[in-house]
Design a protein around this ligand. Structure first.
Ligand code: SF4
Length: 64
């Protein structure tokens, strides 16, 4: 089964980069912080390369 990505809301600075790169996976929650609403919206490699790695505060993690 594919892994699920998770945004730590305490660390997210709401820069929007992950949402811009992968809008089918990430969106802004009502809190104003990013959330992963659909881990199946992109491959694990794309989530890693286009959201996790470039996130300026490295707050997107895999949930086991
Ligand atoms: S890239 Fe990181 S800091 Fe920016 S909105 Fe996404 S989770 Fe938050």
């Amino acid at each position: 089964m594919a892994r699920t990505a998770w945004v730590d809301p305490d660390e997210c600075i709401s820069c929007g980069l992950c949402i811009e790169n992968l809008p089918e996976v990430f969106r802004f929650a009502d809190s104003g912080k990013a959330e992963c609403y659909n881990s199946a919206g992109a491959s694990e490699a794309d989530i890693q390369n286009e959201a996790m790695d470039p996130c300026p505060v490295s707050c997107i993690h895999w949930k086991d």
